[in-house]
Ligand binder design. Structure first.
Ligand code: FAD
Length: 473
């Protein structure tokens, strides 16, 4: 343990920020008997629970239900064409968030985590000043301090959010009606999720991405399936385009694109990533380094370089994912307890994108594996041949497995698994284990996949990589 700091309410750990990173560290540390204070300026649960993962997936579920009911006739289930009352969806989303929020606050209470309501600022000597909403301040101190203040939506010049026409994810997740038309700027994970959800619910969506393809970072085979599905469902997907600004109209606005084209729309959704929230987090002289982009600088152990001070989650330049923040929070506690620990392997963390069709991956893409010098063997299995996919009527998509060629010329270590199609976000688990265990197809193919399941597609692909497949050649 680091030394105690005198003169303030003292805890083993003071955490600034109660999002997934902060509350994972708090719960895990408290479970090990450490005394923990967590400072939160809004609501524990952070972006993920209130303005991110949970509300976004709740809205996407409305789109799924709508699609399912619209397609019910194909299964012999007769219904009138459904309509959507999005205000009810908003209400349901609030209930889901509220239930999880109550569960989390209850758990923190049970584990005796002391939550301070207010904005935390780290002072020198691992003291933290807490400013409550009425302006009163108090100071607490920790043997260790964990900075976990997260991130906020990034904006672009000329598209300042106004909450009615120019929206970020924060405002989209509070919509009570689906606008007739929407331009989504940014074809990354969040942009694709919003475009998919809105198009399914009847909005005319234009999706603009500056990169040559949607979902930069995804394997091109996966991104291609998503792009084709979007186009078939009427989303106007434009890649390799730049936006120059917008001009307000009486209703909505005109987005200025490329060489002078104007796209009229009711709303513009700016979805161009998130910036770390390091503003007002650190007093002068703490010694904690912040880079030019606002990320707190850490090593692979999440250490800031200042004795006893760590930073985790979206505040640091690692993948901005809730489960990465959880993993970093747990890692920090293990280090504080001097328990065996391994740094997070960011090249292999799971990525899940909940648009329709879903995309999920872990490890290297085919291109990245080749660029890294691997001689690769690749197999793909389309969902069209999978029994369960046929049953549920969702055959679009594929599983792609990338292996390093072994010394015997056969497929060796599994380097990456990329999936697109029905419920792939729920199927990635065994692929994630295989990649991180550095397993080979010979090892993984021994395991029996239940039938009929969508996960057989992964099993079939791996079996084919052993040299003899059943359905996959
Ligand atoms: C629309 C959307 C969808 C997403 N979907 C997914 C998904 O499907 N899967 C996934 O893994 N990730 C998803 N994410 C990303 C995920 O939400 C973030 O990676 C995650 O919330 C980061 O956790 P964090 O604890 O680092 O920060 P945050 O969740 O941002 O939490 C930081 C907390 O700190 C508080 N805070 C900030 N400054 C201070 C201060 N000075 N004093 C006190 N408190 C402070 C904030 O109020 C906040 O509660 C999504 C994000 C968005 C926006």
């Amino acid at each position: 343990m680091a030394d105690e700091v005198s003169g303030s309410e003292q805890y083993d750990i003071v955490i600034i920020g109660g999002g997934p990173g902060g509350y994972a560290a708090a719960l895990y540390g408290a479970a090990a008997g450490l005394s923990i204070a967590m400072v939160e300026k809004e609501k524990v649960g952070g972006t993920c629970l209130h303005r991110g993962c949970i509300p976004a997936k709740e809205f996407l579920e409305t789109a799924t239900i709508f699609r399912t009911v619209s397609g019910a006739k194909e299964f012999g289930v007769q219904s009138t064409q459904p309509t959507v009352d999005f205000a009810i969806s908003l209400d349901r989303k609030r209930k889901v968030v509220d239930q999880l929020f109550k569960g989390l606050t209850g758990l923190l209470r049970q584990r005796k985590v002391t939550t301070y309501a207010g904005a935390g600022k780290m002072l020198a000597d691992r003291r933290v000043e807490v400013t409550a909403s009425d302006g009163t301040t108090s100071t607490i101190a920790g043997s260790y301090v964990v900075l976990a203040s997260g991130s906020v939506p990034r904006t672009i010049a000329g598209f300042e959010p106004d909450g009615t026409v120019v929206l970020t994810s924060d405002e989209v997740l509070e919509l009570s009606a689906i606008p007739p038309s929407a331009v989504v700027i940014g074809g990354g994970a969040i942009g694709c999720e919003f475009a998919s959800m809105m198009a399914d619910l009847g909005s005319q969506v234009t999706l603009l991405e500056v990169a040559p393809a949607l979902l930069p970072g995804c394997d091109p085979d996966v991104a291609d399936v998503v792009a084709k599905s979007f186009k078939r469902r009427g989303i106007d997907v434009r890649t390799g385009v730049t936006v120059h600004g917008h001009e307000r109209r009486e209703r909505g606005t005109s987005v200025l694109v490329g060489d002078g084209e104007r796209i009229d729309t009711d709303v513009v959704i700016v979805s161009v990533g998130r910036r770390p929230l390091s503003d007002n987090l650190l007093a002068e002289g703490t010694g904690v380094q912040v880079d030019q982009r606002g990320f707190v600088v850490v090593d692979e152990w999440m250490r800031t370089g200042v004795d006893g001070v760590f930073a985790i989650g979206d505040l640091v330049a690692t993948p901005q994912l809730a489960h990465v923040a959880f993993a970093e929070g747990i890692l920090v506690i293990k280090e504080i307890l001097e328990e065996p620990a391994v740094p997070v392997d960011y090249a292999k963390v799971p990525w899940c994108i909940y648009c329709h069709p879903e995309a999920a991956f872990t490890g290297l893409t085919e291109q990245a594996a080749k660029a890294a010098g691997y001689d690769v063997i690749v197999k793909k299995d389309p969902y069209g041949g999978n029994g369960r996919a046929r049953i549920i009527g969702e055959t679009e998509g594929l599983v792609k497995v990338i292996c390093e060629r072994g010394p015997d010329g056969r497929a060796g270590r599994i380097l990456g698994v990329h999936m697109v199609g029905p419920w792939v976000t729920e199927q990635l688990g065994q692929a994630y284990l295989s990649v991180n265990w550095e397993a080979t197809p010979d090892e993984v193919a021994q395991y029996v996949q239940p039938h009929p399941t969508l996960s057989e597609a992964f099993g079939e692909t791996v079996l084919a990589l052993t040299g003899r497949g059943l359905h996959v050649g």
